[in-house]
Design a protein around this ligand. Structure first.
Ligand SMILES: NC(=O)C1=CN([C@@H]2O[C@H](COP(=O)(O)OP(=O)(O)OC[C@H]3O[C@@H](n4cnc5c(N)ncnc54)[C@H](O)[C@@H]3O)[C@@H](O)[C@H]2O)C=CC1
Ligand SMILES: CC(=O)C(=O)O
Ligand SMILES: [Mg+2]
Length: 629
């Protein structure tokens, strides 16, 4: 079961990982001695059943000017390309000149006025040459993750009607009921490893964007390829269009989705059921990531499918793991042992899919550290104060959402703190003096000056502010606001990227990006390679623990509690290895392709990591061989 079953196990696991961290640069002898676990598929030729222009128009196989002369002959491409054969490096250089041209007058960062134009240029490359697209993305991940992912992906979804050129992924609509089982065979790939599916009902913090939400599934899968090395030919973004309740889209003559109100109740569930049955029939080994479903359905669908299908909900489970890693980092950053985590007073603003996911997981982690009995759960529960749109949630709340009920505070306890049902965020912060203020409210600026000023009275030596809502404009506060109100002795993390803050005199206020992107790619890859039929709580916990342990003591003390995005491929590899290991320990790993369950069980930690690494796709052109059979 979980690696967090008690503080001792957690600490020893952390120490082990920290040790491991030190020789992460890998011992060449070790590498030479260990056998290779499955050949890297990139070195095998790829068989194509098309030739000539059809290849140039197929982004999965197109290499553009990098087709060698022999390949041009073999594939009837001679004369269809300019004669100068370019190396992949030259291709990238030429492309980057075009992309960089825009940046001459561009301001950096999230408010980049050219962000959409950059997305367009990248998207055009994605449409014509996938290998090159991912090479650009992987080599410049820090710069372009904010374009293909949050924040720009939000803008892309909002402007989808105007940006739409070529379709990408599959659309299942309420009109397709009864047809989905055959529709899945319209997708050209016989193998699909990862599906990210959304119904567009809550895209980032931008609300119901209907069919336009497909952009988020595409963006998440871009990270699956870039960070986890999932083969881009085996990813499938999916939009389930059951209508929209967004009045603007319902009235927009240019809207590309169904212009009717969302299906609800049993009718809605029947559509999702049919979709799940269809995709798992064609691709029994696929993993389905649910993304940006409104809370109302996020929990219900997760409970409905998680014991029968290989699926997870990223907003509920991925976010929870990232938050746990961040919260433990915040404890370490105070120079305190992790065993102090259950003493932290935590105010959470937002009780939706993300907020409740984090609360459940944080409470469980605390309870485990406290002995995992009923009393432990009770004590853990009293460390949280949850504020939603109606204020502090207590047992006095009418029609309380059942998912929030476990966190409703007892009225007598709250009265003793001079608080009551519906108390405002600022009052709660004033009275509780929390160690952590965590926002998953989708309300930009919610951590106002008044709230941040109130946090000055925190009993923590180094209070932590997690403004996790996306995209940028929805962040509960900016790092500048936090550092200027509270001074340098804080920990700050945001869901979308911000720049570090210059505090003067050479001091830097670090801005961490606390985003589920540090976990979901590794959860998906680890599940895939373990061959587990389901994604257990233990596998998710192992992923979170791995992320928590990734940062060294020195980094954490500097306020750096999450890795830089430039190391996302490395952290993803480690998270995936932790997930595989946990699946083996829980005896749910059934093996993957050439590696059966028995062989998997024999692997050492290093060998598991090598197995993961060897199964990560790299953006290199394969040799193409034509065969028509
Ligand atoms: N950083 C990350 O990795 C992630 C960030 N998110 C972000 O979290 C946000 C929320 O997502 P969900 O929970 O799915 O949305 P949701 O719509 O289900 O929940 C929003 C919650 O915020 C509450 N809220 C609204 N106004 C408030 C106010 N003035 N004060 C306090 N609470 C208020 C609502 O009552 C509700 O409980 C989104 O912006 C999303 O982008 C979500 C997943 C991951
Ligand atoms: C990051 C993410 O999953 C969200 O904001 O919904
Ligand atoms: Mg999401």
């Amino acid at each position: 079961m979980s690696n967090f079953s008690n503080q001792i196990r957690a600490s020893s696991a952390l120490i082990k990982r920290l040790k491991h961290h030190h020789h992460r640069s890998s011992n060449p002898l070790l590498l030479m001695q260990s056998r290779s676990y499955t050949t890297n598929e990139c070195h095998r030729p790829a068989i194509v059943q098309k030739r000539s222009l059809d290849i140039l128009h197929d982004p999965w196989f197109n290499k553009g000017t990098a087709f060698s002369m022999t390949e041009r002959d073999r594939l009837d491409l001679r004369g269809l390309l300019p004669p100068n054969v370019m190396t992949p490096e030259q291709q990238i250089k030429r492309y980057m000149v075009d992309l960089k041209r825009l940046e001459v007058q561009a301001r950096d960062g999230p408010s980049d006025p050219n962000a959409l134009a950059k997305w367009r240029i990248l998207n055009r490359l994605h449409d014509r040459n996938e290998v090159m697209y991912y090479k650009v993305l992987i080599n410049n991940i820090e710069e372009y993750a904010p374009i293909v992912y949050t924040p720009t992906v939000g803008l892309v979804c909002q402007n989808y009607s105007g940006l739409f050129r070529r379709p990408r992924g599959m659309y299942f609509s309420a009109e397709d009921r009864g047809e989905m089982m055959s529709m899945v065979y319209n997708w050209p790939a016989d193998q699909v490893d990862m599906i990210v599916v959304t119904d567009g009902s809550r895209i980032l913090g931008l609300g119901d964007l209907g069919v336009q939400g497909i952009g988020i599934a595409i963006g998440k899968l871009d990270l699956y390829v870039a960070a986890a090395g999932i083969n881009p030919q085996r990813v499938l973004p999916v939009m389930i269009d059951v209508g929209t309740n967004n009045e603007k889209l319902l009235d927009d003559p240019l809207y590309l989705g169904l212009q009717e109100n969302r299906l609800d109740g049993d009718e809605y569930v029947a559509v999702i059921d049919e979709f799940m049955e269809a995709v798992f029939t064609r691709w029994p080994n696929v993993i389905v990531q649910f993304e940006d479903f409104q809370s109302k359905w996020a929990f219900k669908l997760l409970q409905r499918y998680r014991n029968t299908y290989r699926m997870f909900n990223d907003d509920v489970q991925g976010t929870a793991g990232v938050a746990i890693a961040g919260l433990l980092g915040a404890v370490r950053a105070q120079g305190r042992p992790m065993i102090d985590f259950p003493k932290q007073k935590i105010v959470v603003a937002g009780a939706g899919s993300a907020g409740i996911g984090v609360l459940n997981s944080a409470r469980k982690t605390m309870a485990r550290m406290l002995g995992n009995n009923e009393h432990a759960f009770g004590s853990a529960q009293r460390q949280f104060w949850v504020v939603d749109a109606k204020g502090l949630i207590t047992e006095d709340r009418e029609n309380i959402d059942p998912d929030a009920l476990p966190f409703a505070r007892k009225v007598n306890e709250i009265n003793r703190q001079d608080l009551r049902e519906g108390a405002s965020l600022v009052e709660v912060v004033q009275k509780v003096k929390p160690d952590v203020l965590l926002g998953l409210s989708a309300v930009g600026g919610l951590f106002s000056k008044e709230v941040l000023e109130a946090l000055k009275a925190s009993t923590s030596t180094r209070p932590a502010i997690f403004a996790m809502s996306n995209p940028t404009n929805n962040a509960e506060c900016t790092p500048e606001e936090a550092y200027s109100s509270l001074g340098e002795n804080i920990i700050f993390a945001s869901g979308s990227p911000f720049k570090d803050v210059d505090l003067g005199n050479g001091r830097i206020g670090h801005c961490n990006q606390g985003n589920n992107m540090y976990l979901f790619p590794g959860i998906g890859l680890g599940t895939l390679l373990s061959g587990s039929r389901i994604i257990t709580d233990g596998m998710l916990q192992a992923a979170a623990e791995c992320l928590a342990a990734y940062m060294t003591e020195e980094e954490v003390l500097k306020g750096v509690i999450f890795p830089s995005i430039s190391s996302i491929r490395d952290i993803t590899k480690e998270v995936a290895a932790a997930v595989v290991k946990e699946a083996i320990e829980e005896d749910v790993a059934e093996g993957y392709r050439g590696m059966d369950a028995r062989e998997l069980r024999k692997l050492s930690q290093e060998e598991i990591e090598e197995f993961v690494k060897n199964n990560m796709w790299n953006p290199d052109y394969p040799t193409l061989v034509y065969r028509n059979d």
